[in-house]
Design a protein around this ligand. Sequence first.
Ligand SMILES: [Zn+2]
Length: 298
Amino acid sequence: MRVGIDIGGSHVGIGLIDSDKIIDTIDINLTREDRHDFFGSILRISISSINELLNRNSIDLNSIDLIGIAAPGDIRDNKIVRSDNLGLYDSDIAGKIYEYFNIPVQVRNDAKCAGLAEMKFGAMRGFNDCVFLGLGTGIGGAVFLNGDLLKNGTGFEIGHMIINKGGRQCSCGKRGCFETYASIRAFKNKVAEVLDIDNDFSGQYLRENLLDFDNPKVREVIDQFIDDLIVGISNMIDIFEPDVVCLGGSFSYYEGHRVFNELLSRIREDGRVRCSKLPKIVLAELKNDAGIIGATIE
Ligand SMILES: [Zn+2]
């Protein structure tokens, strides 16, 4: 049995996994206070949630053989060396959790975890050449060629590919990165800006209540978001010529939504993608569980 922990900028998911199936999960939304001492909060939440999961499922700590952590940013030597989205640098969260439980702990980039999970159990199953894009606080990426993940450690920071030279300031220090235009956070902030409301609402609230196509200001933001997303996807298609592009993170909940349907029809328009054979564009199947499951894949 294994434990997967998916650390995001605004939320932490902890799951108990048996034979790649999630048995039980705890989801915790981080408050502004939690974010002041991010490392300490993550450590406290992880330890207490693992204990709670074990207790309420009557599982002995000895039956856990691995704790896997999915985190955004650069992961090297089992440490979070740079995560601008979390504000963590040279963080040895795995070491601290190991000290407490004395069980092997592994850390991997969250998009690579989600990509691995989708490849093994979800929407990319059965395909060889795949690009996974996780749209959330930022944009993470994972690329598979001949079924193998390219680079398990750092690299493939697709969200930091510049799509607009000299454009919006990114948390990484560059300007015009893909994720400053096409992440769910960027989308949310733009919608809040044109509606003149506070941006402290969830991705679900955005999707279900705020994306009003009849409001011209919102419509313009939606059109721009779709255009920017297509630019990034088109770049990935021309570089890797994949069989499938899988969109995950919060965007995986856009099944049947007009935003996703318009993306699918507009990407087929002339001049959007150069590649003669357009790959399948699909949404991730495992949704937010992908990170938790993928974190425990060795
Ligand atoms: Zn960047």
